[in-house]
Ligand binder design. Sequence first.
Ligand code: ADP
Ligand code: GLC
Length: 478
Amino acid sequence: MQIIHISAECFPIAKVGGLADVVGALPKYQETSGISSKVIMPFYENKFTIQHLEELESTFIGEINLGEKLYNYKVLKLPKQVLGFEVFLIKIENLTDRPNVYGYPDDVERFTAFQKIVCDFLVNFKEKPNVVHCHDHHTGFIPFFMSYSMAHKKLQHIPSIITIHNAQYQGDFSYDKMYYLPDFNIENAGLIDWYGRINPLATGIKCAWKVTTVSSNYLGELQKVANGLEGLLRSEKAKSIGILNGVDSQVWNPSTDSMLKFNFNKKTINKGRQGNKEWLCNKFNLDPKLPLIAFIGRFVYEKGSDLLSEVVSQVLEKENKEVNLLLLGSGNPETENQLRELQNRIQGKFNTFIGYDEELSHIIYGGADFLLMPSRVEPCGLNQMYAMRYGMLPIVSNTGGLKDTVIDIDQGEEGFGIVLNPVNVHEICFAIQRAIDVYANKAFFKAKRKQLMNIEHSWDKSAQEYIKMYQSLVNIAQ
Ligand code: ADP
Ligand code: GLC
């Protein structure tokens, strides 16, 4: 069986968030299960691609139009030995050959052109896939093009899947750009529409043979609240399924992780974590005797990051609690400024690193005592799973995948985390106090850390669930 994943991100080639981690891990696990799994993504001119330029082999060239504008493109193949699966990088001149994944004013043009090229490429590709697996709205048109675009009809018998990593982002745009799409029978125009706009995520949900979400709980939540798509998700319920993400245990292994300052395993956890914690406290001017609570993530409303500055001020300025708070992230400029101001005011128990730093994130998972995730929306959440694998206790809101993966410490022996509900400053501060109390009981705290390292969140199980789904689609397609 041959699967092709299509995505805007894939670790370590280009990462903004968890989407990259999933698309960088799942194909690897599928390959080990004997399934040929490839990835198609845009070529970005970033550190990874510049370092690997010599390994990239040009396999296909062509041109694509968006209305009257023509763009030349190349499909570059990264051989299997580099990441454990083949990757095809689509380099569209003047569109994708830039450093960042998202955030350009012409993102609609970039990702529409990308999706058209993916389908042109697949039409010409000799090794036709058995299943095309799309990820998020940047690939949502593909199931539609495969079935209804005149140029891509050859692909109509290939089953397609769309995985929703985050329904907050839908990539919708107005009809004045409709001429960007390839020719299709206008009778099918309803499939690209959602309330008067062209909506790639809604299109993918309507046209894919199966819809998956990255946790079971998130699927149920989406049928109630999905940034306007809840009705659609209810009507497509029969073809939808939730499959929890996993952890890539080759990348996230505390005994071999080269980004950690001190490696450790279940036996050496206390010493290893202490070493990393001291390194962090030294670097960020924190007190190693106090519990260390960290946040890692994008500063966006969904992550609850707008509440962080008030939480820090409440906990450290108003209540002067005996705890360190360390934040790693970037995003909303207002949040960034508030945190910078706080950093000037509070020293010794608080620090923040504004930016993206993969290595620092690993050291935090390996050294800070608690991970704070006060998310309002969290389709799966990988941070809490990485934290758990490294023996770090999660403090999480009761939503999405967090609800599927974290059991409150007061729920009996199985419990290990601190669950807060609802998401507001008061509840986050209360959760922080609970963490301080847990930390004070050293023997209990250390036992919980070890317990966490025994929890299995590897991709093995979920990768099998996907394979089962592919198989059922292949049977239908035959
Ligand atoms: P999302 O995809 O919504 O951002 P996830 O929990 O699925 O959330 O995944 C986030 C991923 O991005 C994790 O690998 C996390 O460690 C990483 N990450 C987020 N922000 C940063 C940052 N500022 N520096 C380093 N890594 C980060
Ligand atoms: C999204 C979600 C996150 C999830 C990730 C990978 O970015 O916000 O919760 O873990 O995708 O599926």
